[in-house]
Design a protein around this ligand. Sequence first.
Ligand code: ZN
Length: 289
Amino acid sequence: MIATVGMVGDVVREVSGGRVRAETLIGEGVDPHLFRPTRADIAKLLGADAVFGNGHRLEGRMGDVLERVRQSGKVVVLLAESLPREKLRANPDYPDAADPHVWMDPALWSEAAGAAEAALGRLVPESREVFAGNLARFRERLARLDAYAKEAIATVPDNARVLVTAHDAFAYFGARYGLEVESIQGLSTEAEANLAAIEELVGKLVRQRVPAVFAETSVPDRAVRALIEGAAARGHQVALGGNLFSDAMGRPGTYEGTYEGMIDHNVTTIVRALGGQAPARGLNGRLSS
Ligand code: ZN
């Protein structure tokens, strides 16, 4: 089986408990919006028994291939598209799709994991009960992660409750935890950042004395550095708060290379950089320092 992005591959791994091997196509630090499948990737997708993805145009340039896989009669499960539309946010770039960055809200992602469990149960019926138990335990951990995020983010001072990132991946996160979200680029990374947007954001950073802005591991940090320089030119020191995992997870085999570790890293990094309180090594004491 194939998973498009790491966050989806992690759900398959958790729910199947390793009984099913899902290879992830789009790896660490790679931007799924821009990812172009190679000939070999396309062959893998067409040859897989099942493909798990996110959908809502996250895998922008893979959409046609996923459609071809589906038409060939294979199972294609798109986790974000399994959720009721009214729970999702609008996508101004594509009226036919929702904002794809659903994994940023652990409660929504927990719900979306149900679609993976249902599909795995159909594919491997003899393991259905095991998958149900794994899903329940995974959901418990995500509920704990969600509670940690809520509690830690609540400690960020009012003026600093602004999450500034390179592209607009954090709307679900901001809505869930009460942070205003600002970004230089839109929902997709396809369009260039514009200078007017940077100027406007610099103004906000200076006015509110926001202490930090954030880069993303899958997006170049040029525009974020422009914000820091812009604020410095106006007499306000803004720190680079760290590298967040937006559309890709950390290195495979590390805690940050799991969905749980990715969100723990983001929450902990954001809270500490914005002046709130969170343990340096995060919820589970497993973040690398
Ligand atoms: Zn994105």
